[in-house]
Design a protein around this ligand. Structure first.
Ligand SMILES: Cc1cc2nc3c(=O)[nH]c(=O)nc-3n(C[C@H](O)[C@H](O)[C@H](O)COP(=O)(O)OP(=O)(O)OC[C@H]3O[C@@H](n4cnc5c(N)ncnc54)[C@H](O)[C@@H]3O)c2cc1C
Length: 437
């Protein structure tokens, strides 16, 4: 079996693994990233009949406050962004639509909050932004709102916002400290939502450019099948044909894979349980249309059914062929609906009816649909009983963990980037200290 020696070996080539490999190679580390399938993991882009279907809206929340932006600047990533037009984001309230109150302009115009409730909501935004509203790790956001006797309209507003940002049909289960931690960052943003021109594919190509440009190695379609520890450190990881030795290892692979790899290791017990956690699931239903159907909004959210439609091609010029349109509908799934085929059919029909209501005539223009009835948006759904995996364990200090199942800031891909960023900082510091010693 051939052997290769690196400063850092990264297992998993999703957004977390690739961003870590790019960051470390940029900072002079000899890295290898090993991915069992195609690069990008869940952040994939599929071209069908000229439409670029992204797994997910490739929307980045609070871009100016994000770890992706930190990396973009440090690594010189060439990304082009299209920022969301706030006033084109609407709630469908049944017989009328209203502005989403996620900034002051929206707050003044929204029909969802009236009179004093507008001030109450603004008060919560201000207190959260200033860091006074911290929540309580022992109670959920629903319990917190009840305990503080928050008015019903403001309560509903906060839970609706959380549905959109956490991609969940059960926002009430979010721990209150996680909720306020998230909004402390997001309420400070000047760019609530942005799209990467060219989708995930462009971002992945940029990470690859940085890794390869700095002499890093990318090994795709190769699975890491086992590892060796000496009881204190990970020594090597193995693929079918090769073994890889490094000072540090980043495991950017989901909890069920970690449990297999770390069986009989000193952290076997610490990793147990995470793989049985429930992920955040959605149904998505994207449609590629021959001709644009104009609409006054680019984001419309059905509050009662928890479905939203985004006009992806309005923001991402490369998503549809000239004159065409790519729309994406996402429905947040509740736990009881995940394994229920009747619920799937009902939700699919609700999405079609929602398209009928706001993009009349779409069926005639349909070139290609893409439906996934149950997709994992985030590997761990944040509830009182499910919190992210730590990014390190003292029993095996040269193994580090990153991904959207880990502890970090933000949600969705921002969790992947923030965990990857903190792991990289730790490794750079540690290896610099070892070199200096
Ligand atoms: C429908 C949908 C919509 C979404 N919308 C958005 C959005 O609008 N905005 C946003 O920010 N995020 C969104 N997301 C979430 C985002 O896609 C994920 O948070 C992100 O892609 C997770 O990246 P990751 O690297 O943490 O994990 P993953 O992508 O799961 O990467 C893990 C990688 O490890 C590899 N691997 C596993 N085991 C091994 C092994 N033994 N050896 C080698 N490799 C291995 C896997 O093949 C995989 O590539 C969406 C997701 C979905 C599904």
């Amino acid at each position: 079996m051939k052997k290769s020696q690196y400063d850092v070996v990264i297992v998993g080539g999703g957004l977390a693994g690739l961003s870590a490999a790019a960051y470390l190679s940029h900072h002079g580390k000899k890295v290898a990233v090993i991915e069992r399938g195609k690069l990008g993991g869940r952040a994939m882009t599929i071209n069908m009949k000229g439409f670029q279907f992204n797994f997910g809206a490739h929307a980045i929340y609070g871009r100016d406050q994000s770890h992706l932006t930190l990396m973009e600047k440090e690594l010189g990533l060439k990304l082009y962004w299209s920022d969301f037009t706030q006033m084109k984001a609407k709630y469908d309230l049944g017989d009328e639509v209203s502005v989403v109150p996620s900034n002051i302009g929206g707050l003044l115009q929204t029909k969802l909050l009236k009179g004093m409730d507008k001030f109450r909501f603004a008060y919560h935004i201000l207190f959260t932004t200033l860091g006074f509203e911290k929540g309580d790790p022992n109670i959920s956001i629903q319990q917190w709102l009840d305990k503080k006797k928050v008015s019903p309209a403001v309560k509903e507003m906060m839970l609706n916002l959380a549905s959109s940002n956490f991609f969940t049909g059960e926002p009430e289960k979010i721990p209150s400290d996680v909720f306020f931690g998230y909004y402390r960052r997001l309420f400070k943003t000047n760019i609530p939502v942005s799209y990467i021109q060219g989708g995930w594919e462009k971002l992945i190509a940029e990470f690859v450019r940085v890794i390869e440009g700095n002499g890093g190695e990318i090994i795709a379609k190769t699975k890491v099948t086992s590892l060796l520890t000496d009881g204190k450190k990970v020594k090597e990881v193995y693929t079918k044909k090769m073994k890889y030795t490094a000072e540090d290892f980043i495991f950017a692979i989901p909890p069920e894979e970690l449990e297999i790899l770390f069986e009989h290791s000193p952290i076997e017990k610490d990793l147990q349980g995470y793989s049985s956690y429930e992920p955040t699931y959605v149904m998505f239903y994207d449609i590629g249309l021959k001709k644009r159907i104009d609409s006054p909004y680019t984001y419309i959210f059905d509050r009662d059914r928890q479905i939203f439609i985004s006009d992806i091609s309005y923001y991402d010029m490369e998503a549809a062929p000239p004159g065409g349109q790519l729309l994406q509908a996402v429905a947040y799934l509740k736990s009881k609906d995940i394994h229920d085929p009747y619920a799937h059919n009902r939700i699919k029909q609700e999405i079609e009816a929602f398209y009928d209501k706001h993009f009349e005539g779409w069926r005639k223009q349909l070139v290609v649909p893409r439906v996934s009835k149950v997709a994992v948006v985030q590997a761990i759904k944040w509830t009182m009983h499910q919190r992210g995996l730590p990014t390190t364990f003292s029993k095996l200090p040269n193994s580090h963990f990153a991904g959207d199942w880990c502890q970090g800031e933000g949600q969705l891909s921002e969790l992947s980037f923030s965990s990857s960023y903190s792991v990289c900082q730790r490794i750079l510091k540690k290896q610099a200290e070892q070199k200096g010693a």
